[in-house]
Write a protein that binds this ligand. Structure first.
Ligand code: PHE
Length: 352
């Protein structure tokens, strides 16, 4: 072909594309070859001046060069990681991400104040060798009352009277009416039936009573039960352990007193008071001017309870106690409404 060599163009293209290292260089090559006044436009414009017999071959060569340049451009763009290799949606997203904006922090929750207090109290007993055991909130009438020496017609059932569940297949299978437990004491029965002494156990959990709800009463609240059974467990073991507990939780300076009381499942029984942590025993509105706060019920496990679980009453003795959980954080933080614990107001819950 006169004055023109396609092979020269081929090698020129190879050299150009080998040395192009970024998108800008590629763009200049596109303009150089495919642009309106580029090399290929120039070659195309020569076709009309060529002799007829040369035109087809020349045209084919021009088209080949055009394809070659286009292909090289695409390949090179991909190799340089150009976004054109990606679908349109991905490109749009990439443009919309503003890496200078602050990120979305993951908020970490924390344990509810009641859970924290339960753990704090249980840990005192765990340090003394007690094991933590839990029981179901749906109990049998037998475990909640009868096995705890609270017979059917006993007036003290009124105090613990609770929510009964309507009869159903589960109630029939259990041969005893089902109810929402009114205290954690039925777990004494479950634990003693499935183990032999010696044992030392604490039981945290929810309990239910049909009380009218107000600032100091709730139909559901939390208790922690504790009991220990072995040869020769005496009332002084109970006193020593409860004193260690009260001083760990309320402080070493508090005073304690045991007041005689009655519980059907313990004999003798006592309620335990600590000197008021608000007025230090002088008398204030929180302790009703008495200087003392009642914190739990306790006593030596009644032989009739041992008979129900099959323990030899001539061999074993034991003590038991039960306390409410909500009272402690209410005193400690001056919370005046028990309902705050069960609402989900984060402004309240975040404080603890
Ligand atoms: N179960 C009793 C209550 O709910 C507390 C208690 C437990 C008393 C164990 C004595 C022994 O009031």
């Amino acid at each position: 072909m006169p004055g023109f060599n396609f092979e020269d163009i081929d090698s020129q293209i190879s050299r150009d594309f080998d040395s192009a290292q970024d998108a800008q260089a590629l763009e200049s090559l596109r303009v150089k070859y495919l642009g309106r006044r580029g090399i290929l436009a120039e070659l195309t414009s020569r076709i009309p001046d060529l002799p007829d017999e040369q035109r087809p071959l020349f045209g084919q060569e021009v088209n080949r060069i055009k394809r070659k340049v286009s292909e090289l451009l695409e390949e090179k763009k991909k190799a340089l990681g150009d976004m054109s290799a990606y679908p349109e949606a991905v490109k749009r997203q990439a443009r919309e991400i503003d890496v200078t904006l602050p990120g979305i922090t993951q908020e970490l929750g924390h344990r509810h104040i009641i859970t924290q207090v339960i753990e704090e109290i249980c840990n005192v007993f765990v340090r003394l060798g007690f094991a933590i055991v839990e029981g179901p909130e749906i109990e049998t009438e037998y475990n909640n009352f009868t096995a705890l020496n609270i017979p059917l017609e006993h007036p003290s059932r009124d105090v613990f009277d609770t929510f009964y569940l309507s009869a159903g297949p589960r109630a029939e299978a259990s041969k005893s009416k089902l109810l929402l437990r009114s205290h954690t004491s039925p777990v004494q029965i479950r634990a003693m039936k499935s183990r032999k002494p010696p044992l030392a156990i604490v039981v945290p959990g929810r309990v239910y009573r049909p009380d009218a709800v107000d600032a100091s009463h709730s139909f559901m609240f939390h208790q922690i039960e504790g009991f220990m059974v072995d040869y020769d467990i005496t009332f002084s073991d109970l006193k020593g352990i409860l004193e260690f507990f009260a001083k760990s939780v309320f402080g070493g300076n508090i005073k304690m007193r045991f007041r005689p009381h009655f519980f059907p499942f313990t004999e003798p029984s006592a309620e335990v008071d600590i000197s008021c942590i608000i007025c230090k025993g002088k008398g204030c509105s929180v302790c009703g001017q008495k200087g003392w706060l009642e914190i739990l019920g306790s006593g030596m496990i009644h032989p009739n309870v041992f008979r129900h679980v099959g323990y030899d009453t001539t061999k074993y003795t034991g003590f038991a106690f039960g306390m409410g959980v909500e009272r402690l954080p209410m005193l400690r933080y001056g919370i005046d409404d028990i309902r705050l614990f069960y609402g989900s107001d984060l402004r309240f819950l975040r404080q603890f």
